[in-house]
Design a protein. Sequence first.
Length: 297
Amino acid sequence: MVEFGVQVTPTPEIGLHRDLVAAAEEGGLDLVAVQDHPYAPSQIDAMTLIGDLLARTERLRFFPDVAPLPLRPPGMLAQAAAALDVLSGGRFELGLGAGGFPRGITGIGGPARTPAEALEALEEGIPLLRRLWTEPDRVVANGKYYSLDLRPGPRPPHDIRIWVGSVGPKSMRLTGRLADGWAAPIPRYLPYEQWAGANAIIDEAAKAAGRDPAAVLRIAQVVGTITDAPGDTDTTHGDAPVRGTPDQWAAFFARLATEQPFRTFVFWPERHDLTQITRFATDVVPATKALLDGLTG
């Protein structure tokens, strides 16, 4: 089964975001990804916006894309995630990262960590988050980066999935060992030609950890525009946005789903408007599913 979602940049244009998400829900999409860059002056808090949008929808699932763990440490992040899951009846998932913008993180008051330290902290934090969601009694931890002693709040009504936004080989291996999924960075941060190699690293790490690689969901996130006239959809290399007709988009997604283990596709529209969201839901998604049904039928 494949799933489809759209990305929202949490600017102060709240009315626009509500309209876009309403169109995504009406169009039958599955997911909404909300960028989480607390240090960006142009953005409002992602978790707060997710709470507002969850309250206005009934079916869509939401995730921060991705929450920087240095700014949302496990104790507070677990409580916030569980609260959003409770309030929405089990529609919150957790996109999580080690913190890819050190200057932004320290600038807002977060810890100064080297990339290696940030990755160690992420590896320590993931199992701690799961403990906070599942253990019924007091959770005590005295780790290198995180120490806590508390009784967790209400349990989330479903198993919140942790989707890691890993970029480098070390974080890919961590994803294969520990994560429920890989929220692949947009091509600006990981060019198209590196996707297959990244998936192979995740597969190998999952196998080495005794896991089925298929248990690690692969989420492709693609920037672009749905056009009327045929455009350039060459995604063999580089990071250029995809600009093409619904049939071209469908062929691109179908290729990713057959040549690589991607099963979820998140559309990052270059221009946030209702037309793009509606065309994605009503034209691209059905065409993609039809192609995949033809290939597997």
